[in-house]
Design a protein around this ligand. Structure first.
Ligand code: IYR
Length: 225
């Protein structure tokens, strides 16, 4: 018995089976062309484009549809400069020992270090925040559920939306990220920084580490019963 309000599913699109496989293959091919980039051009990107990609992120499934996320999209050079300063200070202590040998060893093939010039060069930084309390309306104050899973899904949607639009991204997680709460002026009692995405065009000499091209085979990531 359904005692909740519903509307008929009106926008589902069915495709013929051959077309389905071709569409899945085309999407997979596009996913294969997505690379995490650490060298960005300073070419501007319109706010309208970023807004549309964030709208896509906002369609992600979430616990009780509470949409427990907030995106702060930053193009202001002085805010980007503050973020770079704080992130690089944290990263210096990370690379100078806090990370430990095993972690530093795992990062070696990526060639990362404490220098994060892209935090100023890239046209957009998008700080993703998770919310402990909320609801389907922004002003609600109910418990949120599966917050980490929900925000992870929305962030994945955002990365894919930016890629499909023709931009490149870097997922950056300085540790701890609490400085983002202050710089972005978010409420620390309810919101936690989840991730910082850098978005823009790649620099002309952008590279992809060979290490990042190694993807597990289907048989290693999936089991069919
Ligand atoms: N946050 C650091 C270190 C780092 C950690 C992981 I795990 C990576 O996949 C990449 C980098 C940095 O941004 O350099």
């Amino acid at each position: 018995m359904q005692d909740h309000a519903c509307v008929p599913l009106m926008d589902y699109q069915e495709f013929p089976p051959e077309e389905m496989l071709a569409r899945a293959q085309a999407f997979y091919a596009s996913c294969c062309r997505r690379h995490t980039i650490r060298s960005f051009s300073d070419r501007p990107v319109s706010q309208a484009l970023i807004e549309t990609c964030i709208r896509s992120a906002g369609t992600a499934p979430s616990g009780a549809n509470h949409q427990p996320w907030h995106f702060v999209a930053i193009q202001d050079p002085s805010v980007k400069q503050q973020i770079r300063q704080q992130a690089e200070a944290l990263e210096r202590s990370f690379y100078e020992g806090r990370a430990g040998e095993e972690w530093l060893g795992a990062l070696k093939p990526l060639g990362t270090d404490a220098q994060k010039p892209y935090l100023e060069h890239a046209p957009w930084l998008i700080a993703v925040f998770s919310q402990k309390r909320g609801g389907i309306h922004a002003q609600d104050n109910q418990q949120n559920y599966y917050v980490h899973e929900s925000v992870g899904l929305a962030t994945g949607f955002l990365i894919q939306a930016l890629h499909q639009a023709g931009l490149v991204t870097l997922t950056h997680t300085p540790k701890p990220m609490s400085f983002l709460t202050e710089i972005c002026q978010r409420n620390p009692d309810n919101e936690r920084p989840y991730m910082l995405l850098i978005a823009g065009y790649p620099a002309e000499d952008a590279t992809v580490p060979e290490h990042a091209l190694v993807k597990k085979d289907l048989r290693e990531i999936a089991t069919f019963l």
